[in-house]
Design a protein around this ligand. Structure first.
Ligand code: SF4
Ligand code: SF4
Length: 190
């Protein structure tokens, strides 16, 4: 695929882009910033940088900012972004490569991610699907940053991207049974 040169990255940034390409098989220079990956990402609402922004930051050589971001740890590897990308890039593979590089560089944020995962799963177990506003509020309180991202809430509410009350799905009993089964299996393997 012919790369689109959107970048003015430093030499170090270009070296890192090449490192990501070798590790993931993805040439981030080919990303033309359409945003389809971010639009489909189920956890983009909680990320500090969306998948599209991660790709752009790599193009610009903002390596350290990317490696320190929560986004790479919040990525659930669902591969929606990879399936949607019109350039046939695979942001999910990029995220995986970035986690490995972040670990090597000592930029892990695993405590906060474990907290996020616990809140996320509890929300799904309770409602059958994630309740975004409740998750963000619970996560912010648990990490002692109660007003983090509060500034974007009004526009998300106005655009229908955020609901004030949880939407409980019909099949949540089945979801609850899945959680109970998973917990039982986890107990058996301890
Ligand atoms: S693989 Fe990660 S970045 Fe891509 S859509 Fe899924 S959660 Fe979002
Ligand atoms: S969908 Fe592909 S081309 Fe579009 S912003 Fe995401 S990675 Fe870039």
């Amino acid at each position: 695929m012919q790369p689109i040169n959107l970048t003015s990255a430093s030499a170090a940034g270009k070296d890192f882009v090449e490192k990501v390409r070798k590790a993931s098989g993805v040439d981030v220079k080919a990303c033309y910033q359409c945003g389809k990956c971010s639009a489909g990402c189920p956890v983009a609402f909680a990320m500090d940088y969306t998948p599209r922004q991660v790709m752009r930051m790599l193009q610009l050589g903002l390596t350290e900012e990317v490696l320190k971001s929560h986004s790479i740890w919040l990525c659930a590897q669902c591969e929606t972004c990879s399936a949607r990308c019109p350039r046939k890039l695979e942001p999910a593979k990029v995220m995986e490569a970035l986690r490995i590089e972040a670990k090597k560089a000592g930029f892990e944020t695993e405590d906060e991610i474990a907290t996020f995962n616990e809140k996320f799963l509890r929300s799904v177990a309770s409602n059958g699907r994630v309740f975004e506003a409740g998750l963000v509020i619970g996560f912010n309180l648990a990490t002692v940053r109660p007003f983090k991202d509060a500034g974007v809430a009004p526009s998300m509410l106005a655009n229908g991207k955020l609901k004030l009350l949880p939407h409980k799905i019909k099949g949540r009993d089945a979801v609850r049974r899945m959680f109970e089964k998973a917990e039982k299996m986890e107990g058996e393997h301890k």
